[in-house]
Design a protein around this ligand. Sequence first.
Ligand SMILES: [Zn+2]
Ligand SMILES: [Zn+2]
Length: 311
Amino acid sequence: MKAMQLVKYDQPLKLVDLPIPPITRHDALVRIKACGVCHTDLHLQEGSIVRGRLPFTLGHEMAGEVAEIGEEADWLKKGMRVLVNYHYACGACHNCRVGLEDECTELTSGGMDVDGGYAEYAKAPARNLLPLPDEVSYEEASVLACGGGTVYHAMKANPISLGETIVISDEKLTLAQKLGADHVLNASKQDVVKEVRVLTGGEGPHKVFDLVSAPTTLETSLQLLHKRGRLIVIGALTKPFQVNPLHLVRSRIQIHGQGGCPSYELEELIQLVKHRRVQPLISKSYPLEDANQALEDLRGGRILGRAVIKP
Ligand SMILES: [Zn+2]
Ligand SMILES: [Zn+2]
């Protein structure tokens, strides 16, 4: 099978011919139909996030059809359309036992620690496969795994109450406006702290969801927050940022890191897409061989919403 592998950090992925991965009795083999391209893939490629041993196949937003089924996974059917939850939990640690499988202390992630979906096939634990209704396309499903799921999980873990003001740090201003944001500020041209103070009557927002998580956005977010406010860090950058402990103490500020999504919430999200309450934005698709172009386009800010690779 063809796969685009990370062979060396900071280098383009390499097109390789690999044997189809053999499965264990608890696994299934998925013929990948779409795989989302995530910002984390850029960090993995650059080596700013180091996970699995090289070489390995990138791609953690996988959707496809079941091609082989392990003996212990007979509830699956060949040809079944599925989304892969890339959080392969151990099932035995304390977090797994209390239902927090995406926070498993022994977590292995498809496309990060083991081979992922920039390939014609990927194997995954059968229990990580979520059936897809016909109304949800492979492209739409794939990007729920990380992009959609992470934000959905963060919103559910930090519910917004009536009367609260929310700030979302993101780079796509025009899109945010189109999707109904009340106010859009451009940090490169405007004094965000001052403008948000004015917009919130001097009080600041109750929650900031930081999807960028660069030191500048994180430090600005902390300055912005209302008393007892909460900063939710979602972007997976690795640069440290400065925190003044006295500010946290005096303003009772909370900082909450969020990533991933448990399978039961991915199931909810699939239903929300099926009923068109949530619409994934897929702006571009690439053949497998063009995975490097997809990564470059994402790096260059030329992708609106998500791009997908279609092996
Ligand atoms: Zn575990
Ligand atoms: Zn991701």
